[in-house]
Write a protein that binds this ligand. Sequence first.
Ligand code: NAD
Length: 324
Amino acid sequence: MKVLITGVAGFIGSHLADTLLGMGHTIYGIDDFDPFYPKEIKLKNIAGAAAHPNFHFFEFDITEKNNWDILGKEKFDLIYHLAAKAGVRPSIEQPLSYLYTNVEGTLNLLEYMRSTGDTKLVFASSSSIYGNCKTIPFSESALTDEPISPYAFSKKSCELLNYNYHHLYNIDIINLRFFTVYGPRQRPDLAIHKFMNRISAGQPIEIYGDGTTARDYTYIEDIVSGVIKAGDYLAGHKNVFEIVNLGNNAPVMLMDMVDTFKKVLNTDFATVRKPMQDGDVDITYADISKAHRLFGYQPQTSFEDGLARFVAWHQAEHAGTAAI
Ligand SMILES: NC(=O)c1ccc[n+]([C@@H]2O[C@H](COP(=O)([O-])OP(=O)(O)OC[C@H]3O[C@@H](n4cnc5c(N)ncnc54)[C@H](O)[C@@H]3O)[C@@H](O)[C@H]2O)c1
């Protein structure tokens, strides 16, 4: 298949590209190396893919409509739209840039699809849409009208926009709500990666709140397998519009994450307490029965195993510089 991945140089996009290339697909990838974190990291993310003859990379900003002409009206069997400004806390500082990239960028992609007649889209949505939903685990049928950050608002807006284009132009779409993804190449702004950087540097790690907040951490390989299964489902079905959780269905409390770090690293380290931050939710917890029913999604990786694999990657990346 000929597949387009936006945000291909990012954490999830680069893993998706590697896996799809390994399966024999041809990948067209877009990324503008958004400065949210360093370009060098993103170039490293796609170093393996870039060496593959079936990988075609296009560096451009998806928010500029004219930039899409670079693709020359190329048609795709399947499109995975992952390019976005990610992260809850920075969205509170820069709401407008989140709206531009996430909503306007998505609109430009949908318009591109309309112009080429492409009809199959998997969209990277987010568990943050559930806000402080009181009913756990979070089900796709829950009310999501109370986003508590501009990032959550932008992703919810994209889901609504996607429905609009599904209705008007028969574009088949699956919105996948990812639950905190972790593993090798994880974004450096995310908790596990930040913690590991601090532990390696011999600094105390910061605990926001009383340690009872929980996240449904989902290992990157499980996410990529779910994303590909969603794509396969789209390819084999007509008139599809779905919203589907991709999580682990096993939330981990912050204090348990700290203990798991200690176990995996076989060491102790200091922690400092900080107040809860605006935009942070108390818990994320995915009901994954719909993903299982629709396309057989079943995460395989326990938190301890996944964390051990992340730690091994981090130590290899920082070999010679780590304090432990
Ligand atoms: N990582 C998670 O835990 C998580 C959770 C929920 C949802 N998501 C969503 O999954 C997707 C991928 O997340 P990630 O963690 O890999 O993030 P990432 O930041 O590593 O990847 C996103 C990529 O998009 C690119 N990009 C940003 N703005 C762009 C623009 N205007 N034009 C072209 N490219 C642009 C960035 O350069 C980056 O490489 C995002 O849409 C994110 O919102 C991620």
